[in-house]
Design a protein around this ligand. Structure first.
Ligand code: AKB
Length: 332
């Protein structure tokens, strides 16, 4: 009896272990819920745990496992990884560029100390670890048009500094301890059903909501500020692809990814095809403008395209059509 039940226990464990057991930190930000949905389709609902320090909305809570995880609490995080036999960790907790400048001590704690906890736990428990980096990991002395993977990185925001630190620490742990660290530098991400939290590229999400709601949009960046951008589905697809790529294919551990680059003026023109009465005014916020002026204008992602076949699906026209088809059901 004992043997039989042990055998059946092991057979269940084997079939479950075909799939990674995933933890997503900072899961209630712009990307976590969408990533959980994609991963749950692929690996099964119960193999993907979303976590945050905030209380989830009902629809998020009931769509799959959710747990409280504070990345600044090493013991709490370690316990979650051990108790749930986590094998893949997506580390999304971070303060973005604009909020980071408004609260440097908190950004330093979350983005740097939190990362140290995650790195140590990932190395100790042999996890595959994904940490997003950003166009914000470059600065005014980086080549901006285009920005390659390997070039000078001297960002002037705490967000950028913490992301360069994450790239370097992750790669160091990879070479020193064999940690399976994988990192993508995201452009500004545009999504319909989740809001970004305090970034410099947020205007490119808000314009859609304001166009639908009021027909008016006040932009905090100059009309000619060109930045790399991507639709959320492309971002999540790339994230899953880099995690599934065979290690031999990866000639590097941190890759730029890109889809398009546009200015507020160009985006507004495309939006006006759907909302012709949209009125756009510009009221420049010096902090965010200075940040944007130090970031890449075009992002060279040729290494990702060559090594693991990265290919985006959405250019500007498809992005705008898709955003309006999502938001279109809301009444104006
Ligand atoms: C931000 O604007 O801070 C982020 C980013 C580009 O990393 N969206």
């Amino acid at each position: 009896r004992q043997v039989a039940s042990d055998a059946s226990f092991h057979s269940v464990t084997f079939s479950e272990s075909d799939h990674p057991r995933v933890l997503i930190t900072g899961g209630l930000g712009q990307l976590g819920v969408g990533l959980a949905k994609l991963l749950r389709k692929r690996f099964g609902k119960n193999n993907v745990i979303l976590s945050d320090i905030r209380k989830p909305a009902d629809n998020v809570f009931y769509s799959g496992p959710f747990i409280f995880a504070d990345i600044l609490d090493y013991k709490n995080l370690r316990e979650i990884v051990v108790n749930n036999r986590i094998t893949w960790l997506f580390h999304y907790s971070a303060l973005l560029s604009a909020v980071g400048e408004a609260n440097v001590p908190l950004a330093r704690a979350v983005n740097i100390t939190g990362l140290h906890n995650v790195l140590d736990i990932a190395a100790e428990h042999n996890l595959r670890l994904f940490v997003p980096s950003t166009i914000g990991a470059f600065g005014p002395t980086s080549p901006r048009d285009p920005t390659p993977d390997l070039c000078i990185q001297r960002p002037r925001t705490i967000y950028g500094v913490s992301k360069v630190h994450a790239e370097l620490m992750g790669e160091y742990y990879h070479y020193r301890y064999g940690l399976d660290f994988r990192c993508l530098r995201y452009p500004g991400i545009i999504s319909a059903d989740s809001q970004p939290g305090g970034g410099t590229t947020d205007y490119a999400v808000k314009i859609f909501h304001d166009a639908m709601k009021t027909g008016k949009f006040k932009c905090y960046l100059r009309p000619d500020t060109r930045l790399p951008m991507m639709y959320i589905d492309d971002c999540l697809k790339a994230t899953l692809e880099i995690m599934e790529a065979p290690a031999e294919a990866l000639t590097m551990r941190t890759y730029n990814i890109n889809a398009m680059s546009f200015t507020p003026e160009e985006l507004a023109q495309e939006v006006q095809k759907y909302v012709p009465e949209l009125q756009i005014t510009y009221s420049v916020d010096q902090v965010r403008q200075a940040i944007a002026d130090s970031w890449p204008m075009n992002f060279d992602d040729s290494n990702a395209r060559r090594d693991w076949g990265w290919k985006h699906d959405y250019d500007l026209p498809e992005l705008v059509t898709t955003m309006f088809s999502y938001l279109g059901s809301d009444s104006r």
